[in-house]
Design a protein around this ligand. Structure first.
Ligand code: 13P
Ligand code: SF4
Length: 301
């Protein structure tokens, strides 16, 4: 019998998460794909996650429920310009965030996720390496600021996190007297990150909430995509958890690419009646792009 494994990212809807065997951050999804013996992996996430799963587990058939599930960090990056940029720093180590295309990873030395980026980049600096970082300008700016690095950065952003706004945040802190904490994903702009009590990956943010032991009446503002608020509220239903505001003042920010994983699209993919198979990566790209992924997976924090 064909074995199907469904993996979902925290940014998918609660209904989609309930259809999945595992829900996790992008590192978890890569690790689940690595360990899986399933014939088919349905990846309810975005395309770079499905491509990564395919490169890690080439024997599995990897299905993305909707081929439109891209990521602005990928679409904002012109691959020819990126290659030129990388070649203009010949003696630098190129670290690429996992939110990148396979062609992009093929010209990187390391990949990182938001969970291990700090440890890997600190490690490379300790080794005396000069590092360039792509494609997320906000995350790179945060790393340079926080650790006094001087990494040249590629300039793409997550269109969802880039909208979190420090002025709206300051207003909200004034309006809501119980608002005491801000936790933020490092794809957010630096002025927002400077106000954060904790900065971490989706996994890290969820753990922060799980372990929170402060005042239960405090409001915790979360600067990341709305999907994970479901997991946070499930973990700690007694806490006041609210999304951070964006430019329009609204406490609402949603990734349109993640939301293409509708219940119908995921169910059709699980039944092998829909979705798109990740079968277009060339041998050459897989060989080159898997190297930086492998380095990351072998890196022990
Ligand atoms: P995580 O690695 O924290 O899950 O982030 C993935 C992502 O796309 C964030 O926007
Ligand atoms: Fe890409 Fe941002 Fe969506 Fe994550 S939230 S998949 S970084 S567009």
């Amino acid at each position: 019998m064909t074995k199907v494994l469904t993996l979902a990212h925290y940014y998918t809807t609660p209904e989609v998460q309930q259809l999945a065997d595992h829900v996790g951050d992008s590192l978890d999804l890569a690790l689940y794909a690595k360990e899986s013996k399933a014939d088919i992996i349905v990846l309810a996430g975005v395309r770079f996650m499905a491509e990564t799963a395919k490169m890690i587990n080439p024997k599995a058939t990897v299905i993305l429920p909707d081929m439109g599930s891209t990521c602005s960090l990928v679409t904002m990056t012109d691959i020819n310009k990126l290659i030129q940029w990388r070649n203009s720093y010949p003696d630098y180590v190129h670290v690429a965030y996992i939110n990148s295309s396979a062609e992009h990873k093929a010209v990187a030395d390391w990949t990182v996720t938001s969970r291990n980026v700090v440890d890997i980049i600190k490690y490379l600096h300790q080794q005396g390496k000069k590092v360039i970082y792509s494609p997320d300008r906000n995350m790179g700016a945060y790393l340079n600021y926080q650790f006094d690095f001087n990494m040249p950065l590629w300039s793409a952003v997550c269109e969802v996190h880039d909208q979190f706004n420090e002025k709206e945040l300051d207003n909200l802190f004034l309006q809501i007297k119980t608002a005491k904490f801000l936790i933020a994903h490092p794809e957010s702009p630096l002025p927002v990150l400077k106000r954060a009590n904790y900065i971490g990956s989706t996994f890290g943010l969820l753990n922060w909430v799980r372990q929170y032991s402060g005042d239960v009446n405090a409001t915790i503002l979360v600067a990341t995509e709305e999907g994970i608020l479901y997991n946070m509220r499930q973990a700690r239903p007694e806490l006041n958890i609210m999304q951070a505001p964006i430019y329009t003042g609204c406490k609402c920010n949603s990734c349109p690419y993640m939301k293409l994983n509708t219940v119908t699209a995921v169910k059709l993919a699980q039944q092998q009646k829909g979705g798109v198979e990740i079968n277009y990566l060339t041998e050459e790209i897989i060989e080159k792009a898997y190297l930086p992924i492998k380095r990351m997976l072998n890196f022990k924090i």
